[in-house]
Design a protein around this ligand. Structure first.
Ligand code: B12
Ligand code: SF4
Length: 582
C-alpha cells in the first residue's frame, strides 16, 4: 500500500444484503486521477462499510495518508457521520465530504461528523485548494469557492464555484487511482458530458442542473481505446455511458456511435446508455445511430403513463412519445429499460390502474425486450417535489431516508398510507410478473430474444429482469435452458421428419404430477387421460415418435400416430417437452 496525501472512500452498509461493488462510482476515482495529475497523490475505494473501515484503519494506522475524503449520497449519510467522527477521534486527520448529497448536509451533520469542510457540486478544483490549505497551509478557508464549513458554531457557505468548462482537461481514471486493485468484470463506466438542461421535478440533477458541457468525441474515444487495449480478459467487455443526457445532440451521438461501431468491428464489446424520450422522439435518427453503434440496452426516462403526471414531473414529453420511442428502439434492436414511479404526482388508485395498464402495454410491445422497474418516489433533497410535495398531492413522511432502503415508500397521500402504497408496490410487481408469465406461456416472446438473455447472462453482461424472472419459473427455465444448450430444438426447428425426432420432457414426473378436483391427472398444468399418461412416460428422449407408437401398440395402449403427435404438441405448447434429433 503506497503513501497517499488523500484517500477517497464511497462506503455503504450492506443494505438488503447487496454487496457494494465498484460499478460506476466515477466521482471518487475521477477525483483521484485529477489530484494525481496536480501534484498530490490520491487513491480511492468504493465498497462496503466494514471493508472500508478496515482499509481506513490500515492506512491511517500506518500513517500512509494525510487527509480523508468521503462520498455522500442520500443513502450513506449515517455511514459518513460515523466515519468522519471516527477519523477525527482516532487519527485526527482533516476530513472533507462531497458527492450528490453534499448540497443538503446541514449544521447538525457538521456537529455529529466533526468534518472539516463540505464540498458542494463538482469537486476537482475545490479539493485541490482544500489540500493546499490543510496539508500546506496555503490559502484561506474563506476564499475557497464551493464549500461549506463551520466557524464559531455557525455553518458558513462560500460562493459556488464555476463549473469546469473544459472537460477534456480532466484526466482519465487509471489503475493508480484504485486503493484496492479492481479484479472483477472488465467494464468501463464513462461519462461523456456533465449537467442536464432539463429540470425534472423529482430529480437531483433537475434541481442542481449546472450548465451542460461535453467532452470532445476524440477525448471519449481515446479513453475507450485505452480501456479496450488494456483489457486482456476473455470476457466480452462492457461500456456503460453514465451520462444523464447522452442523447442531447444528434450529431454528437452520431459521431460517438460511429466511433463505437468502428471499434466493434475490431473487437466485440457491449455498451449501454441513457436516453431522453423527447430528444429521441424529435431526432429518431439517434436511435438508428445507437443501434448501429451496437448498444445492447438503453435506459429511458419513462416514469409514468399519465400525461398530467408527466407534465407535473416536467418531463417535457408525452405518453404518445414514450410509446413511439420505445417501439423505435425495439424495432432497431436495442433493449429498453425504464422505471414506473409509484406514489408520485397526484397518486391515487386510478393512477395506479392507469400506470399498470400502460406498463403492460409497453411490455407487450417489447415482446421481451422492454424491462420495467417499479420504484416509489424518493424525496431527494432540494428537488421541487421534495420542497413542495403538497403541489403534487403528497406528504413526505421521512425526508432523511431513515426508514427506507428503497424498499418502503417515504410518502403518503390523503387517501393512502405508506403501508397501503407498499402493498401496491408489491401488487404492481406481481401483476407485471403475471403479465410476463402470460407472454412467455403464450409464446409472445420470440425464442431468439430469450436465448439472448442467456447469452448476456453467460457473458456476465446483465441478468435482466426477464432473465431473472425466467429463472424463477421452473418449466420455462428448463425448457429454454435446454434449447439454449443447443442439444435439443422445438418441433418447428426440427430438420428431419418429426416421426424420427425424440420428444424429451423438461421436468420430473414425480414432482409435477397431481390429481385435480375432478380426479383427472395433471402433469404440471396439462390435464392428461390415463392413456396419455402412458405417452408422457415415454417422453424420455430415448425413443423416436415412430418408436413410441410401436411401443404403445406392443403394450396395447390404443393411440395412433396422429393422436400421439396431437398430445406431444399439446405438451410442447405448455413448454413441457423439447425435441432431440437423435
Ligand atoms: C452512474 C450512476 C449510478 C450508477 C453508479 C452509482 C454512483 N454512485 O456513481 C448506479 C447504476 C450503480 C447507480 C445507482 C443508483 N443511483 Co445513481 N447515478 C448515476 C449517475 C447517472 C452518474 C454518476 C456519475 O458517474 N457521476 C459523475 C461524477 C463525476 O459525479 P459525482 O459522482 O457526483 O462526483 C463529483 C462530485 O459529486 C464531487 N464528489 C464526489 N465524491 C466526492 C468526495 C469528496 C470527498 C469530495 C470533496 C467531492 C466529491 O466531485 C466529483 C467530481 O466533480 C448520477 C447522476 C449524475 N449526473 O451524477 C446518478 C445519481 C448519483 N444516482 C442517484 C440515485 C438516487 C441512485 C439510486 C438510488 C437509483 C436506483 N434506482 O437504484 C442507486 C443508488 C446506488 C448508490 N447508493 O449509489 C442520485 C443520487 C441523489 C443523491 N442525492 O444521493 C443521482 C445524483 C441521480 C439523480 N439525478 O438523482 N447510479
Ligand atoms: S430525470 Fe434525467 S432529464 Fe430529468 S433532470 Fe434528471 S437527469 Fe435530467
Amino acid at each position: 500500500m503506497r503513501n497517499n496525501d488523500i484517500i477517497f472512500l464511497n462506503l455503504h452498509r450492506r443494505y438488503l444484503n447487496q454487496k457494494i461493488e465498484y460499478g460506476g462510482f466515477l466521482g471518487i476515482y475521477i477525483l483521484a486521477a485529477f489530484i494525481n495529475k496536480n501534484g498530490y497523490s490520491a487513491q480511492s475505494f468504493a465498497g462496503g462499510l466494514i471493508e472500508g473501515k478496515k482499509i481506513l484503519d490500515e492506512v491511517c494506522g500506518k500513517q500512509k495518508v494525510k487527509m480523508i475524503g468521503l462520498y455522500c449520497d442520500y443513502e450513506n449519510v449515517t455511514e459518513n457521520i460515523f466515519l468522519s467522527k471516527y477519523v477525527k477521534e482516532n487519527y485526527n486527520l482533516p476530513v472533507i465530504i462531497g458527492g450528490p448529497q453534499a448540497t443538503s448536509l446541514n449544521y447538525d451533520f457538521f456537529l455529529k461528523s466533526r468534518c472539516d469542510a463540505i464540498v458542494r457540486y463538482e469537486g476537482e478544483i475545490t479539493v485541490l485548494e482544500l489540500m493546499d490549505l490543510f496539508l500546506e497551509g496555503i490559502g484561506d478557508v474563506e476564499n475557497i469557492l464551493g464549500i461549506a464549513y463551520c466557524k464559531a458554531d455557525r455553518m458558513l457557505f462560500n460562493k459556488d464555484r464555476q463549473v469546469i468548462r473544459d472537460l477534456d482537461s480532466i484526466p482519465f481514471i487509471n489503475d493508480e487511482c484504485y486503493l484496492v486493485p479492481e479484479t472483477k468484470y472488465p467494464g468501463l463506466s464513462i461519462m461523456t458530458g456533465r449537467g442536464c438542461p432539463f429540470n425534472c421535478a423529482f430529480c437531483h440533477e433537475g434541481h442542481h442542473t449546472r450548465q451542460v458541457r461535453f467532452r470532445s468525441v476524440e477525448n471519449v474515444m481515446e479513453e475507450i481505446d485505452i480501456f479496450l487495449h488494456s483489457n486482456s480478459s476473455k470476457q466480452v467487455p462492457f461500456i456503460m455511458f453514465t451520462d444523464d443526457t447522452f442523447t442531447l445532440q444528434s450529431e454528437r451521438v452520431k459521431a460517438i456511435c460511429a466511433g463505437l461501431e468502428e471499434r466493434r468491428k475490431k473487437k466485440e464489446f457491449y455498451w449501454f446508455c441513457e436516453g431522453h424520450i423527447h430528444t429521441l422522439y424529435r431526432h429518431p435518427k439517434m436511435i438508428e445511430y445507437i443501434a448501429n453503434g451496437g448498444a445492447c440496452c438503453i435506459q429511458l426516462g419513462i416514469e409514468s403513463g399519465i400525461q398530467s403526471a408527466l407534465d407535473a414531473y416536467r418531463k417535457n414529453t408525452t405518453v404518445e412519445e414514450i410509446k413511439v420511442v420505445v417501439k423505435q428502439c425495439i424495432n432497431a434492436g436495442v433493449d429498453v429499460y425504464g422505471n414506473i414511479i409509484l406514489a408520485g404526482a397526484f397518486y391515487n388508485e386510478q393512477a395506479y390502474q392507469q400506470n399498470l395498464k400502460f406498463a403492460k402495454e409497453l411490455l407487450s410491445m417489447g415482446k421481451g425486450r422492454v424491462e420495467l422497474g417499479v420504484v416509489t418516489f424518493w424525496p431527494l433533497p432540494n428537488t421541487s417535489m421534495t420542497m413542495h410535495p403538497e403541489y403534487y398531492g403528497l406528504r413526505i413522511i421521512d425526508r432523511d431516508f431513515l426508514t427506507s432502503l428503497g424498499d418502503f415508500p417515504q410518502v403518503e397521500t390523503d387517501k393512502m398510507s405508506r403501508w397501503n402504497i407498499s402493498k401496491q408496490m408489491k401488487s404492481m410487481e406481481r401483476s407485471l410478473k403475471e403479465h410476463m408469465k402470460y407472454m412467455l406461456d403464450n409464446w409472445m416472446v420470440p425464442t431468439e430474444y430469450i436465448l439472448r438473455w442467456f447469452r448476456l447472462n453467460e457473458e456476465k453482461i446483465r441478468a435482466g429482469l426477464w432473465y431473472r424472472f425466467l429463472i424463477e419459473n421452473k418449466v420455462l427455465y428448463s425448457y429454454y435452458s435446454l434449447i439454449n444448450s443447443g442439444e435439443v430444438v422445438s418441433s418447428s426447428e426440427l430438420r428431419g421428419n418429426i416421426k424420427d425426432a425424440h420428444p424429451m420432457r423438461v421436468i420430473e414426473i414425480y414432482d409435477n404430477i397431481s390429481e385435480n378436483n375432478d380426479g383427472e391427472i395433471v402433469f404440471y398444468d396439462c390435464t392428461l387421460s390415463s392413456t396419455e399418461c402412458e405417452v408422457l412416460l415415454l417422453t424420455t428422449g430415448k425413443l423416436s415418435v415412430d418408436e413410441i407408437v410401436i411401443y404403445l401398440g406392443e403394450n396395447e395402449v390404443m393411440m395412433d400416430f396422429s393422436q400421439v403427435i396431437e398430445l406431444l404438441m399439446r405438451l410442447e405448447k405448455h413448454h413441457l417437452i423439447v425435441w432431440s434429433e437423435y
